[in-house]
Design a protein around this ligand. Structure first.
Ligand SMILES: Cc1cc2nc3c(=O)[nH]c(=O)nc-3n(C[C@H](O)[C@H](O)[C@H](O)COP(=O)(O)OP(=O)(O)OC[C@H]3O[C@@H](n4cnc5c(N)ncnc54)[C@H](O)[C@@H]3O)c2cc1C
Length: 232
């Protein structure tokens, strides 16, 4: 069963634009612009997008996107954007008690499987789909395959989210500083990011329960009141 998010624990609101500015990708980690999440800007061949991903449902995603637009326009005066369509979506994080529904195996976001820190779920969805198919064909227990391949990193990402939400601005500054230092020293910042995701059973034991509770308390909306399922 790959029917996607059922409950919203995260919201994205975005807008497309055209620009003469050069190609660019930027991320903005700031609590007043994107509470619990991040805003980003991408420009490729004159086509651009600004999005606000937020993870606290007390905030209006469209209003947060307007703040993101304002911030990126101020940071990059050469953007001179000509805005087009806007769109949005919801995401579901948090690991369920069971990865089954009746006789079906839950995969992807229907199972809450995605990176809980940044909301990246495409790889989780594809990999859990592959594992479910393999389990059906081979008779192997799906949960064991998930445990081997995906759950340790998913748990780490939940704890990362919990930590991030507790001190977004301070943690963002520390994260970006460490990332930049690694990038300068090794000419490659990816190993640093990989370390953030390394499965860590101790971190999970210490903070896992609180991380799950945070998502349960803060999520749980169906997203419809925010009209984010389609273009607005
Ligand atoms: C705006 C936005 C940007 C994102 N950017 C990224 C990114 O850059 N990188 C990344 O890794 N992840 C990103 N994600 C997350 C990623 O898109 C999802 O985690 C991933 O698509 C989940 O895949 P899925 O197959 O589980 O669910 P979905 O992609 O949601 O697919 C579920 C499908 O099932 C259909 N469906 C639902 N109910 C039924 C039913 N009863 N019968 C038949 N069909 C049904 C739905 O219409 C939908 O087509 C983003 C999400 C959003 C909203």
């Amino acid at each position: 069963m790959a029917t996607g998010p059922r409950q919203a624990t995260g919201y994205v609101s975005a807008v497309f634009f055209r620009t003469q500015a050069p190609d660019r990708a930027a991320i903005l980690l700031n609590r007043s612009v994107a509470p619990g999440g991040y805003a980003y800007l991408v420009v490729v061949n004159g086509e651009g997008m600004i999005a606000a991903t937020i993870l606290e449902r007390a905030h209006d995603p469209h209003a947060q996107r307007a703040l993101a637009v304002e911030a990126f326009e101020a940071l990059y005066p050469d953007l001179a954007p000509s805005y087009g369509k806007s769109f949005g979506g919801i995401g579901q994080f948090g690991l369920p008690g069971s990865f089954r529904s009746g006789r079906g195996l839950l995969v992807g976001e229907a199972a809450g499987l995605q990176d809980a820190l940044w909301g990246f779920g495409i790889r989780y969805a594809m990999e859990s789909g592959r594992l479910a198919a393999q389990a059906l064909l081979s008779g192997e227990r799906y949960e064991l395959a998930l445990e081997r391949a995906l759950l340790p990193a998913a748990r780490t990402s939940l704890v990362n989210r919990w930590l991030y939400q507790r001190g977004q601005d301070a943690l963002s500054r520390a994260l970006v500083r460490a990332w930049s230092i690694e990038q300068a020293l090794r000419d490659d910042g990816l190993p640093y990011l990989r370390r953030l995701y390394a499965p860590d059973p101790i971190r999970w034991r210490l903070f896992g329960r609180r991380a799950q509770r945070l998502l349960a308390d803060d999520g749980g909306g169906d997203g419809s009141r925010l009209r984010l399922g389609a273009q607005d």
